[in-house]
Design a protein around this ligand. Structure first.
Ligand SMILES: [Zn+2]
Ligand SMILES: [Zn+2]
Length: 277
């Protein structure tokens, strides 16, 4: 079965509407899909309707940003959540509110290096979204010809240590896992090798994550090399976590991988979706 349990629509920082994401996934052969917009559940009903209209199975999801220790952050994907759960919705709203303050601070920092109107510019790219994220700033900076593409714009302007970077306090790991569990979902660590922590710290985090009730880890990621898939598989085995499959698709031409375009999952791992469908 072709599975993709991590992607974004224009409800957060993707380029396509939730229905367009669902139809594109179906066209590309995905049989089980989860939409996982950042810190929001607003696109799920639309995506579900479009995907189920093709006779395919859909899981409700969201990708939640969490802070860890001094200034690290991780992304936790909740799968199989009830999008109407009140505590989850309130928690996600508190993160979205914090994101707007962050967006203003990013714009203030960019102003200092002579880039004017960045908040308004990024907001134009977030027209249908409930958040303004760094991806929206990246699109604005590419439009201003400050960088040839959104990947390089992050490296030069938005990543830690660069002029447009601002530290930010996200949800706590405890809160995110409580919201996901309380809404009937399972928590999965997203793209494990894409954080600014060393491998020792990643392992410490995974131990805490598992002990707090985290159940899964993305192993077959669109951005992973075969070696990285194997490394994540070892982490899954070591910590007794189930494995997920994730393109992290944001839009045509903007992501490492298109919907459903993920490496195979090693046979011995337990798929996270086994108990969800
Ligand atoms: Zn992420
Ligand atoms: Zn993502």
């Amino acid at each position: 079965m072709k599975v993709d349990l991590h992607c974004h629509s224009n409800v957060s920082d993707g380029l396509l509407s939730p229905a367009e994401v669902a139809r594109r996934a179906a066209d590309r052969g995905v049989e089980l899909l989860a939409l996982t917009d950042h810190d929001d559940v607003a696109g799920l009903a639309e995506a579900r309707a479009a995907f189920e209209a093709r006779g395919l199975r859909f899981l409700d999801g969201s990708e939640i940003s969490v802070s860890w220790r001094d200034d690290a952050s991780f992304h936790v994907v909740g799968l199989g959540i009830d999008p109407a759960n009140r505590e989850l919705c309130e928690g996600l709203k508190s993160i979205r509110d914090g994101r707007d303050g962050r967006a203003h601070r990013i714009a203030d920092e960019l102003e200092k290096i002579g880039i004017h109107g960045a908040y308004e510019g990024a907001a134009r790219y977030a027209e249908k979204a409930s958040i303004i994220s760094r991806a929206h700033f990246a699109r604005f900076l590419v439009e201003r010809k400050l960088s040839p593409d959104v990947k390089r714009v992050f490296d030069h302007y938005l990543a830690k240590g660069k002029p447009g970077y601002v530290p930010h306090e996200w949800a706590s790991v405890e809160d995110a896992l409580r919201w996901i569990g309380g809404a009937g979902g399972v928590a999965v660590l997203a793209h494990p090798l894409r954080y600014r922590v060393d491998r020792d710290e990643l392992r410490v985090f995974l131990g805490v994550f598992r002990d707090l009730g985290g159940q899964g880890i993305e192993v077959a990621c669109g951005a992973h090399t075969p070696e990285e898939v194997q490394e994540c598989a070892r982490l899954a085995r070591h910590f007794g976590l189930k494995a997920s499959v994730a393109s992290d698709f944001h839009g045509p031409g903007e992501s490492y991988a298109d919907l459903g375009m993920t490496p195979p999952l090693p046979d011995d791992l337990v798929p996270i979706w086994r108990d969800l469908i």
